[in-house]
Structure formats: C-alpha cells, structure tokens
Design a protein around this ligand. Structure first.
Ligand SMILES: Cc1ncc(C[n+]2csc(CCOP(=O)(O)OP(=O)(O)O)c2C)c(N)n1
Ligand SMILES: [Mg+2]
Length: 401
C-alpha cells in the first residue's frame, strides 16, 4: 500500500470526497422532490477514483467526463451551489440551467463537461490535447469514462490518434463493473480494459479505485508521461456505484450482497480510518470535515432554490446555429420553407407562441382512452397511417416500400 501524503493533503482529499458524497446524497433527495429534473446519475461510491484523479492534476490541465460528473466538477473546484443550481435548471447553474445533471461545465476550472453520449467525450479529449500541443502549452487532458464506453467506436478512433499524434492526454476508465445493467463480462470481449488499447501502442494498468492514494499515484504517473513524454496511457480503476445506474433503475442485474460487499470497502470510511490510525488526522478533523460538507450542501440547496428559472424568451439564446440556418428541419421537398417554429430569427417569439399553444392544449380534457401499445401493437391493424392531404397515393406506397 502506498504511503500517506502529508496531513494537509490527506485532509483535503478526505474533505473533497466527503463533500461530493454529501452533495450526491442531497441531489438524490432533491430529485425525488422533483426539484432536480431530467436524468440523474449519481457517483456515490466512486469518490476515491474521482478525487484521486483530480488531485494529481494541475490547474492548467483539462478534465473531461461523462454524464456522471457532479463530483468531477466539485473535485475540480466548482462550487457545489453552482452545480446544484444546474440540477435545478436555474440561471446560476454552471450551464445557465440549460444542461442539467448530464451537462455540468466549468471553463474557468477547466472542467470541460458532462456528455450524454457514451464515449462522446473521448474524441473531444483528444481535441483538447491536440489544441494544447498545437499552441505549445504544457496542459494535459485527463479523460474519464466508463467501462461501457470502451466498446464504442470512439474509443478505437481516439486511441489511434492519441498514440499516432503523441497527444498529451491521459485516460482513466472508471470500471464500476456495469454499463447500465450489463456486466463487463457480458459487454466486453476483452475484460481487462487496461489492455484494450494495446494494439494502438497505449499501455495500461489496473488499480484499486476505492483507494484514493493508489489512484492519485497512478494518475500522477500517467499525467507525467503525457506531459513530459507525450505518451498517452490508460489506468483502469475498479470502483462501484452504490446507487442504480440512474434514478430510474430497478437494479435487477445485481444482488444486494454485492452492493453490501463493496460498501464494506467504502472509500471515504476506509481512508478516514487509515488517516486516524496513522495519526495523520484526528477524530476531531474527520468530524469537522463532515460538518463543513453538511453546511456547504445545505447552502447549495438554498442558493439553487433562490436562483430564478431562465426567462422563456431566452430559450433560443446560446444556440450556435441561430444565425446560420433559415430552418434546419426544412428538408421535406414538398414544403422546403421553414415551418412554424423553425424560423431562426423569430425563435423567441415563436417559442412563446408554441409554449402557449402547448399549455392551452394540455388544459383540454382527454379525448378518450388511448390505445395501449402492449395490447394493440404500435401500428394497429386496419388503421391506415395518417398522411398529409396533398401527398399522392403512389408516394405513400413508395414510402411503405
Ligand atoms: C452512444 C450511446 N449509446 C447508449 C447510450 C445509453 N446509455 C447511457 S449510459 C449507458 C451505460 C454506459 O456505461 P459505462 O460507460 O460503464 O458508464 P457508467 O454509467 O457505468 O458510469 C448507456 C448504454 C448513450 N447514452 N449513448
Ligand atoms: Mg460502468
């Protein structure tokens, strides 16, 4: 087992992990209260992998993650209140309330996001590293992704270019044993993920992702290789999420006993115990860390709750496509002009109109019972699909193929 660092570092590692744990527990509660919307993926149990990795990075380095990244942003230095406000969809959120849980972003702290597309962050990581290399900067990009993401085409493409162009990038696989409800053994032909990029010349190692010091040391070396030798490498950290994949997961793919076994190795409890036993930290400090985390999270909820929702007429702000296209859905040759709600310049006005029309529609009584697809199938026999009036019969035949 690697030696403990100095007391100040141990305190900081414990404090970050505790803060993230408290934040995630509260995020789960706020989601159940419907204060946080959209999807919610919690990283409870994975704190050592997150904090250990970030603790080995410099301020000028970039971090990029997946959709399970509240903790990554907080580890990188984003104040919890801005992350909570993002979960609440409020203007003070890290993405102005537009992104929600899966799209936390903080350019100042060089946390380059939150992506909903599995494996989608890998090529972006290579791009960030390429930009550092191109500009002659010293920054390293750290790319964190799941075991499931290692099966995507993006994985191979990214490894190829990272190795070929000798990019200053480092990869960390958060192997929590599952991609949604599918275990690694059932989703990956090569179950040793540290070897999965060997064919591209990228070597790797496997480590205990529940041990914050082990993670910190392995990542420090990987980041050093990327910075000093332009050599990308992979570390596969074994970790575990105690909660379901997302807030809507009945968890039929694993046994309670398995979750319990991993809880016994809790990364925060075990690190606190180790620090106290080694007399690097006292019980008083461990307690203080918990109290501070409680207070910070309470403050984050109050802040998020007090932050206003974005105004409706700002709905189409920050869309880079706005000025460049006249109607991006107008691909139907029968009526290529922008349809209602598609005209870019009139977006704010059209948004209000559509929202009002939707609200009026929602207020109407139900027209009768809806067909149940489980009983009737998606397309009901004998019921012709509805076709726009002007379309010729033969076109309909053609479309049915
Ligand atoms: C390209 C793509 N395919 C499928 C999905 C649906 N999906 C969301 S999360 C997920 C599992 C990914 O597992 P893993 O990479 O191990 O990350 P973890 O959730 O365990 O952190 C899948 C398949 C998606 N978001 N994007
Ligand atoms: Mg996984």
């Amino acid at each position: 087992m690697a030696d403990l660092p100095d007391a100040g570092t141990c305190y900081e590692l414990l404090a970050r992990m505790t803060l993230i744990r408290r934040f995630e527990e509260e995020a789960g509660r706020q989601y159940q209260r419907a204060k946080a919307g959209g999807f919610l993926h919690l990283g409870i149990g994975e704190e050592a992998t997150i904090v250990g990795t970030v603790s080995a990075m410099r301020d000028e380095d970039y971090l990029i993650g997946t959709y399970r990244t509240h903790g990554h942003a907080i580890a990188r230095g984003t104040e919890p209140k801005y992350v909570m406000a993002e979960l609440f969809g409020r203007v003070d959120g890290t993405s102005g309330g537009r992104g929600g849980s899966m799209h936390i972003f903080d350019r100042e702290n060089r946390f380059m996001g939150g992506y909903g597309v599995v494996g989608g962050n890998l090529p972006i990581a290579a791009g960030l590293a390429l930009s550092s290399q191109y500009k002659g900067e010293d920054s390293v990009t750290v790319c964190m992704f799941g075991d499931g993401a290692s099966n995507t085409g993006n994985f191979g493409e990214t490894m190829n270019l990272a190795a070929l162009w000798k990019l200053p990038v480092f990869f960390l696989v958060e192997n929590n044993l599952y991609g949604m409800g599918t275990s690694v053994e059932r989703h990956s032909a090569q179950t040793d993920l540290s070897k999965k990029a060997e064919g591209f010349g990228i070597s790797g190692e496997r480590i205990d992702g529940m041990d914050v010091i082990a993670v910190r040391e392995a990542v420090a070396e990987g980041v050093r290789l990327a910075r000093e030798e332009q050599r990308p490498t992979i570390v596969e950290a074994f970790t575990y999420r105690y909660r379901g994949h997302s807030a809507a997961d009945p968890e039929v793919y694993r046994e309670r006993e398995e979750v319990e076994e991993w809880r016994q190795r809790d990364p925060i409890e075990s690190f606190a115990r180790r620090c106290v036993e080694a007399e690097v930290l006292g019980e008083r400090e461990v307690k203080e860390v918990r109290e501070k985390a409680d207070a910070a999270v309470r403050e984050a909820v109050e802040f998020a709750d007090a932050s206003p929702e974005p105004a409706l007429d700002t709905l189409y702000e920050n869309l880079y496509v706005l000025d460049s296209a006249a109607g991006w859905y107008a691909v139907d040759e029968r009526s290529p002009e922008p349809h209602r709600g598609e005209h870019e310049e009139r977006m704010p006005e059209a948004a209000r109109e559509l929202a009002e029309a939707g609200a009026a529609y929602a207020g109407q009584p139900e027209p009768g019972p809806r067909p149940n697809p489980a009983e009737h199938g998606d397309a009901q026999e004998g019921v012709e699909p509805e076709v726009a009036g002007e379309v010729e019969d033969e076109q309909v035949e053609e479309r049915r193929g």
